[in-house]
Design a protein around this ligand. Structure first.
Ligand SMILES: [Zn+2]
Ligand SMILES: [Zn+2]
Length: 146
């Protein structure tokens, strides 16, 4: 092992999304194993490198940008919003459980509370990966030859 080997893993590598509308999977990664990092392109004005193995990237993408790791899409927005004057929280009506849940504190304008709820509550479909789109699934039975 020489220094050059380690240097190549530090070079950002291009990664393909799981499917065309995948906004979760990083397009760029660098390093390998425990050090592996993904590049968040949603961060403005500059992107940000976050570690993949300790969930830093997962956490950041879901609860900072509100992108579901399951669907690769932004979490659904509240159906309605209202201000709770007693708690000083902005609340949103969740389409899944039909309850008002906190979105954010009116002083801190991030929607982390809503994203946390959405992550636990909302049910999202996982889009099929591009590579394994099979159109003949409905009329062929899986055959066991064992
Ligand atoms: Zn970001
Ligand atoms: Zn809900």
């Amino acid at each position: 092992m020489d220094a050059a080997t380690r240097d190549t893993s530090a070079m950002p590598r291009r990664q393909n999304p799981r499917y065309d509308t995948d906004a979760y999977t990083p397009r760029w990664v660098r390093y390998t194993g425990q050090q592996k990092q993904g590049y968040c392109e949603s961060c403005q004005p500059m992107g940000k490198w976050l570690q993949l193995k300790n969930s830093a990237y997962w956490y950041h993408k879901q609860f900072f940008h509100g992108i579901s790791s399951v669907s690769g899409q932004p979490f659904s927005s509240p159906l309605e919003q209202r201000l709770n004057k007693e708690s000083d929280l902005l609340e949103g009506l969740c389409h899944q459980c039909l309850q008002f849940v906190p979105i954010c504190n009116t002083k801190r304008k991030n929607s982390v509370l809503w994203y946390r709820h959405a992550h636990k509550c909302h049910i999202y479909d996982k889009p099929k990966p591009k590579a394994s789109q099979q159109s003949n699934q409905s009329n062929t039975m899986p055959q066991s030859t064992h």
